[in-house]
Design a protein around this ligand. Structure first.
Ligand SMILES: Cc1cc2nc3c(=O)[nH]c(=O)nc-3n(C[C@H](O)[C@H](O)[C@H](O)COP(=O)(O)OP(=O)(O)OC[C@H]3O[C@@H](n4cnc5c(N)ncnc54)[C@H](O)[C@@H]3O)c2cc1C
Length: 560
């Protein structure tokens, strides 16, 4: 071949690309009927324009590139400087900082707590789901900053100092005196080597200091986003397990002792740093009463559990969007995959799961919004529904993502598709902030101790009474289980707790869909999830359903 031989012709003979879908980029991630209807229904219709702006950015090629970079070039720990002094810093790829900057600027961290508009928490929830679509790892510090406020408010003088900066829309990274920064981020340190679920086994100690502050000594086994500014940490004080606020940098500007021993080498969530810090004479301030550490930090945990549900619903939607896009463009045996009956069943079933997850997630966000404005019924509903939702939506995410990945065939196994990252990230929401069994046990606890939560949950389901006989029958069964469990000693019903929680989750999702979704959706849900004769894998919807109605609800653009 001479230098001036055109290269295109011989290349085209061996390298013609056909029947591959176009890249899924340059679209509006928020152009999703389920998300938008939920946004309006839960009281944040005023946010729609902003949500589309976030959605267009989230769907852009540039942000997809950021997501890829932030995960490929993982955070790096620098324990010491060149002279041997400890520095305990974590360096992130610039793409991570760009993702964080948008998240904070768009009000997805602490901002809703400073926003008096009804629906502010719903707007933030929809924004969080949308912005997590291209990259979920950086959502961890964003969630923790959102979640820290209710717990911090139990110590009003600390809240008065730090809340304005935690609710700020300025991303101001780097370690410097917190009150001199334009915006702060928060994290939490509960889990220790000998126990995460059982925090009573914490061995980190707290001793009072003459100036009213405290000194911590001990370790944590998981503390994510260690470059954040402030942490709520559990430690054993003389009066029992207590909650403390630990700053990375002390008020006068010197470093607090926060020795990062190493970063975790994780399955997924790779853009986010998760560390093992040690405390030694570490300065801290008490938050809430001594001995009430769990009760204090539970305000933070409850809010991060909501984010687990939002995050899992978002992960399911993201995977569905990829699968739906692929099957609408890829042909096999002379027809588009989407027109092959068995693939229609799979994608429609995934769309159904996604709609059920998103609808429940936004219902919880709406309840959070109304509860923090004083609605006691919504607060009671949340007590049970958050645990039920966290258990079920997070548990469905890995299965749904694996199925969506399979829709892309071999392409789905290729990193370039983005599916492997969605898959690696899928089990995480099920683990942190209380794993599946912990949620199931929490449901039993609420049943035994909080009758108003049971009443609020029942009222929610019964709002759909009479609209669908399958839902009514499933609720009757679940209510009988629930009543028996509430009357029994928790130890006697633990073995069957997952079955109970699963039933409660399905009737809750079913009732929400009967009330709010098109008939095609609620009918398919009842037929496939609320009858005894149901398939276990996705793609096992029974005959006779209006699949077009389900497939019109997928998130890539608004389909007619
Ligand atoms: C990527 C990542 C980041 C994290 N970041 C943080 C962080 O920033 N701060 C922080 O404090 N923690 C963090 N964690 C820790 C996480 O919250 C804990 O791992 C989790 O709460 C479980 O605790 P554990 O690992 O000690 O497991 P264990 O408590 O040992 O539980 C193991 C299993 O036993 C089950 N189990 C527990 N009790 C019971 C019971 N009574 N009956 C039946 N089953 C039971 C659990 O559901 C779980 O499946 C993070 C974890 C991960 C993976």
């Amino acid at each position: 071949m001479t230098a001036d031989t055109p290269r295109s012709e011989p290349l085209a003979r061996t390298h013609e690309v056909t029947n591959q879908p176009p890249p899924l980029a340059g679209h509006d991630v928020a152009a999703d009927p389920v998300l938008l209807e939920g946004l309006h229904r839960e009281g944040a219709g005023w946010y729609e324009e902003d949500l589309h702006r976030v959605g267009r950015l989230a769907g852009s090629e540039e942000v997809q590139h950021w997501a890829d970079q932030a995960n490929r070039q993982e955070p790096e720990l620098r324990t010491h400087d060149r002279y041997g002094h400890r520095v305990d810093e974590v360096e992130f790829h610039p793409a991570y900082h760009r993702l964080m900057d948008v998240a904070v600027r768009e009000g997805l961290a602490g901002a809703p707590w400073a926003d008096a508009r009804p629906g502010a928490h719903v707007a933030r929830a929809a924004g969080f789901m949308t912005w997590s679509t291209p990259e979920s790892g950086h959502g961890c510090p964003i969630s923790m900053t959102y979640a820290v406020i209710p717990a911090l408010r139990t110590q009003p003088e600390l809240a008065a100092q730090y809340e304005p900066l935690l609710t700020s829309r300025v991303y101001d990274p780097g370690l410097s005196a917190p009150l001199g920064k334009r915006g702060l981020l928060a994290g939490m340190g509960m889990t220790e080597k000998q126990g995460g679920t059982d925090v009573r086994a914490n061995t980190t100690t707290a001793a009072p200091s003459a100036d009213g502050s405290w000194r911590l000594r001990g370790h944590k086994w998981f503390t994510s986003a260690p470059m954040n500014d402030l942490f709520l940490v559990l430690a054993q004080a003389p009066g029992g397990l207590s909650c403390f606020l630990v700053p990375r940098v002390l008020p006068e500007g010197s470093r607090n002792t926060f020795r990062i021993q190493r970063l975790k080498d994780k399955l997924g969530n790779r853009s986010n740093a998760s560390s093992e810090p040690e405390f030694d004479d570490t300065v801290a301030w008490l938050v809430g009463p001594q001995g009430q550490g769990v009760r204090t930090i539970i305000g933070m945990v409850a809010a991060t559990r909501l984010d687990c549900v939002l995050g899992s619903a978002s992960g399911i939607r993201a995977a569905l969007a990829q699968a739906d896009h692929h099957v609408r463009h890829r042909s096999v045996f002379g027809a588009k995959l989407i027109d092959q009956p068995l693939m229609r069943n799979v994608v429609a079933d995934l769309a159904l799961e996604s709609e059920a997850a998103t609808t429940l997630a936004l219902r919880l966000a709406g309840a959070t919004d109304r509860a923090q404005r004083g609605d006691a019924q919504e607060r009671a509903f949340l007590r049970l529904a958050t645990a039920v939702g966290k258990y079920w939506v997070c548990k469905r995410q890995p299965a749904a993502v694996a199925e969506a990945l399979e829709c892309l065939g071999g392409n789905g196994y290729d990193e370039a598709s983005g599916m492997p990252r969605l898959y690696r990230d899928a089990p995480l929401n099920g683990i942190w902030e209380g794993s599946g069994n912990v949620q199931a046990l929490d449901v039993l606890r609420a049943l035994a101790r909080e009758p108003e939560a049971v009443h609020a949950f029942a009222a929610e389901i019964e709002a759909a009474k009479g609209a669908d006989a399958r839902l009514d029958a499933a609720w009757e069964q679940a209510r009988a289980q629930l009543t028996a469990a509430a009357a029994a000693a928790p130890g006697d019903v633990q073995f069957g707790a997952r079955r109970l929680v699963e039933s409660l989750a399905l009737v809750l999702q079913g009732s929400l869909l009967v009330r709010h979704a098109p008939h095609a959706v609620s009918d398919a849900f009842s037929a496939s999830r609320l009858t005894p004769d149901r398939g276990l894998a996705f793609g096992t919807l029974p005959d006779g359903l209006a699949l077009d109605g389900l497939l019109a609800r997928t998130p890539v653009g608004l389909r007619g």
